[in-house]
Design a protein around this ligand. Structure first.
Ligand SMILES: Cc1ncc(COP(=O)(O)O)c(C=O)c1O
Ligand SMILES: N[C@H](C=O)CCC(=O)O
Length: 429
């Protein structure tokens, strides 16, 4: 038994599945999760001292790499003054100002503690502001684990085979309608059949929780037009894409305006932060200025704000980060596609910006059905081979690979070499 195995055995006695978030349990890849000791830059080191090139990046926040010295310094300095006050601090305004200055079409921001909370609150704002109850989401998109969003959900819910969770009242789930990603007709049919009842359409502008599925040309623009026509709000869930695709997220990258935007991950620099944002008109309907209640004891935590401000300031001042990480990810995707041409292991590679997925299916993956056609057992095999070669990938087919600013060309070369060894072996098996 290695140390991770010993720790996992103990963890399972006191935590469901031994983890605090299901996808970490490695069930989909039939292994024991690596317990992590430390991380620095592009590398993560487990409790047995094995160092991996990390493409999970804490599921997205570590866009500048782990233990970024500037972020750590900001955290250290801030925490000396106390960890939490439950009262306003200047840093909350600083981070809100930064977010408003970076992201198009938003005027006000409310900080929360996670992406789940951000989405749950944005959905409430949409319902409160429109006076309508129904929400349209897309099959295979994941928006955190609030009741209304655990309907045909992606990520761990999909991997675990439970896209519709137990414990969600039928009455709640009944107000969540599901459409097909990249299929505007499926959205229009729902809007037509539920005329006057749909508060919002919520979308991951790049679906990244059924693996990475970029929006087809015109899809996001079409959603905007449909929302305008049927008087529904458009919510971009930018928990993954926010500050990753571009400084202004998907709205900037695709040039499409959303009414409400949700953030998580990068906005906290690795600390637990989420946020939802929109126009002054919508956001002033949130308590205490408006009737839509939303609150949080630890929301706007000073240490978390300091980490977020530092990370976002760096990204804002260094737009070249985006050019570099997109170019690096495109390079890696090209390598992986060339390996498919050479070895015919049966993969399809999707990539956009610094997000990438290798699907073990030969059909194009443009929606949930395409993603589901993947052979998850083959993904698990790929994952195990890659891990053995010290490449740390998401332990499930229906997740993204995150490339960050700390990855060097040498890291990418090593990753492509490991993939070649793996795919060659799998093709010949
Ligand atoms: C697009 C999207 N929305 C919402 C969430 C929920 O965020 P959190 O896990 O911080 O609650 C996630 C990730 O988990 C996500 O990828
Ligand atoms: N896909 C999720 C986030 O984007 C994975 C993180 C988690 O649920 O633990």
């Amino acid at each position: 038994m290695d140390t991770s195995e010993k720790l996992f055995e103990q963890a399972q006695k006191v935590m469901p599945g031994g983890v605090n978030s299901p996808v970490r349990a490695y069930r989909a890849v039939g292994m024991t999760p690596r317990f992590i000791q430390s991380a620095k830059g592009a590398y993560i080191t487990d409790v047995d001292g094995v160092q991996y090139i990390d493409y999970v990046g804490s599921w997205g926040p570590m866009i500048l790499g782990h233990a970024n010295p500037q972020v750590l310094r900001a955290v250290e300095q801030t925490m000396k003054n106390g960890l939490s006050f439950g009262a306003p601090t200047e840093r909350e305004t600083d981070l809100a100002n930064l977010v408003v200055s970076m992201v198009p079409n938003i005027e006000m921001v409310r900080m929360v503690n996670s992406g789940t909370e951000a989405v749950m609150s944005a959905v409430r704002v949409a319902r409160g502001a429109t006076g309508k109850d129904k929400i349209i989401k897309f099959e295979g998109c994941y928006h955190g684990h609030s009741d209304a969003m655990l309907v045909k959900a992606g990520s761990g819910a999909l991997t675990g085979g439970r896209p519709d969770s137990a414990g969600v009242p039928a009455a709640v789930a009944g107000d969540t309608l599901t459409a097909t990603y990249n299929d505007l007709d499926s959205v229009e049919r729902l809007l037509q059949a539920n005329k006057g009842q749909v508060a919002a359409v919520i979308v991951e502008p790049v679906a990244a929780n059924m693996g990475v599925v970029p929006p087809a040309q015109g899809f996001l623009e079409g959603l905007r037009a449909l929302c305008d026509e049927y008087h529904a709000l458009l919510i971009f869930d930018e928990v993954i894409t926010g500050f990753r695709l571009a400084r202004g997220g998907a709205q900037e990258y695709f040039g499409v305006k959303a009414d409400l935007v949700t953030f998580g991950k990068i906005i906290g620099g690795g600390m637990p932060v989420g946020a939802f944002a929109g126009s002054r008109e919508l956001m002033e309907q949130v308590a205490p200025t408006g009737p839509i209640y939303q609150a949080g004891t630890l929301s706007g935590n000073p240490v978390a704000m300091a980490a977020g401000i530092t990370q976002l300031t760096y990204l804002n001042d260094h737009p070249e980060v985006y050019t570099k990480i997109e170019a690096n990810t495109t390079w890696l995707a090209d390598q992986l596609r060339a390996l498919e041409d050479k070895y015919h292991a049966g993969t399809t590679v999707n990539q956009i910006g610094s997000l990438l997925s290798v699907f073990f299916t030969e059909q194009p993956v443009t929606n949930f059905a395409g993603a589901k056609s993947s052979d998850v057992a083959r993904y698990a095999e790929y994952f195990r081979h890659m891990l053995a070669q010290k490449i740390y990938l998401a332990p499930a087919q229906f997740e993204a690979m995150f490339v960050g600013n700390a990855h060097t060309q040498a890291d990418l070369d090593a990753t492509a070499a490991a993939a070649e060894k793996t795919l060659a072996a799998m093709a010949n098996a």
